[in-house]
Design a protein around this ligand. Structure first.
Ligand SMILES: [Zn+2]
Length: 429
């Protein structure tokens, strides 16, 4: 009661109000908030070595509650992350962004954290592997490890800083892709994903992973898959060897191989321009230049290839389809077209496409316009008359195919239905 007597109240009502009284007792027992003191706690809080960014931000949020930062709360937390984050690499990344807000800062730090966790898991796995001396099994396991995060997701987003990959990953026709991309697409078939372009500097996770790349023994796996591709091309080993040698002799092919294995120059001219336009489909496997899964044919072999493709005189479409299964060169399609168009044998077999059906306008009232024809069914002859407006059908039986019989049938119908303005016939037979 002594304490109660010591409290100051502005009025009698306040003194009688139970909430106000309780508040006074609370203030007396707990002490009032010391804003500067709480603020100090906030500003010295750094991320602990084993603390995730989310846990760190949650702690910071808790501390801000008593700091009265109000509208500046997010900004203060962002700045605190900048200063207090445990990794210099993350700090550098955060400082690179001129429009860094709290959300972005958390995203960047979170992405880096996730990649670190993944790296550590991989390192542990690598240690296990070396200890068990079971080297070959590591990489499939790692792939499974990644996939377990993704399989079954309704959708996820792949971020890449390689723009051409966008069109390659979305391309419908796998045949036109290089073996490497094709292999990647095959592996990705079990996932549902969107692919987006993100500038290299913003690709935090991939960036940190690429700085700690794994030693990979893909070579063996690739050889197996590439030889499967060569097996799928309908060409003998001798012929394949011939193409390889012809490519080596061909100046144009040698240059393209060199560029494909290294980097394409900024500017290309002449025939190289045509290859440049297709550079995302070009690949060199086992010293052979490929366009998707097709062999790139050097000029010296092109005439021979055209003759082989055209051997059956199957016309442009089939010749092209056949060529597209195994060979390619810039302008091949045009070459086939010219060859077939100048071939008298192919011309003989040209089948004209069927004429499209042309709809006739509907007349404005019934029995204005009718169509008519004769037909035979089970040895008997009939006249068919159909109205263009109502589709009403009259089928009188014809006792004979004479004009008299036909005219009499028409007369009988017109007497009942009225006389049409137009009668369309094919002049009978
Ligand atoms: Zn022909």
């Amino acid at each position: 009661m002594d304490k109660f007597d010591g409290f100051k109240f502005s009025s009698k009502e306040e003194q009688d109000d139970i909430d106000t009284v309780l508040k006074r007792f609370e203030e007396f027992c707990m002490g009032t908030t010391h804003e500067a003191f709480e603020s100090y706690h906030f500003h010295v809080r750094v991320q602990e070595p084993n603390e995730s960014i989310d846990a760190y931000v949650a702690e910071l949020r808790k501390l801000t509650r008593v700091c009265n930062f109000e509208a500046f709360e997010d900004r203060m937390i962002r700045d605190r992350i900048l200063v207090g984050c445990k990794t210099d690499h993350v700090r550098e990344k955060l400082l690179e962004d001129p429009k860094l807000d709290l959300k972005k800062a958390i995203d960047i730090a979170r992405a880096y954290g996730a990649s670190q966790v993944k790296l550590n898991e991989m390192k542990e796995l690598a240690v296990d592997r070396v200890m068990s001396k079971d080297r070959k099994k590591l990489f499939p396991e790692e792939k499974k490890q990644f996939s377990k995060y993704l399989v079954g997701l309704p959708k996820f987003v792949i971020e890449t800083d390689h723009k051409p990959l966008l069109s390659l990953m979305k391309a419908k026709d796998l045949d036109f892709l290089t073996p490497r991309i094709q292999r990647f697409r095959m592996r990705m078939l079990r996932f549902t994903y969107d692919i987006e372009y993100v500038a290299g500097k913003d690709l935090v996770t991939a960036d940190s992973l690429s700085r700690s790349p794994l030693k990979n023994n893909k070579a063996e796996e690739e050889t197996v898959e590439v030889s499967t591709i060569f097996q799928s091309i309908p060409i003998s080993d001798e012929r394949l060897e011939e193409v390889r040698r012809a490519q080596q002799r061909d100046k144009e092919c040698r240059e393209v191989i060199q560029f494909t294995q290294g980097h394409w120059p900024q500017r290309t001219h002449g025939i190289l321009k045509l290859y440049y336009a297709e550079r995302h489909c070009l690949a060199v496997e086992q010293d052979i230049l490929l366009h998707g899964c097709r062999l790139a044919i050097p000029s010296s072999l092109r005439q021979d290839m055209l003759q082989r493709i055209h051997q059956g005189h199957q016309g442009i479409v089939k010749c092209r389809a056949l060529a597209c299964t195994c060979i390619w060169w810039p302008g091949m399609s045009k070459g086939i077209e010219t060859l077939v168009n100048n071939c008298p044998e192919c011309e003989k077999h040209i089948v004209l496409p069927p004429q499209p059906l042309v709809p006739t306008p509907t007349p404005d009232h019934p029995w204005k316009k009718v169509g008519s024809d004769l037909f035979e069914w089970q040895g008997e002859h009939y006249l068919l008359v159909v109205d263009y407006y109502s589709r009403w059908i009259e089928i009188p039986h014809l006792s004979s195919l004479t004009s008299k019989s036909v005219i009499n049938s028409f007369k009988a119908i017109f007497a009942r239905m009225g006389i049409p303005r137009t009668v369309l016939t094919d002049n009978g037979t």
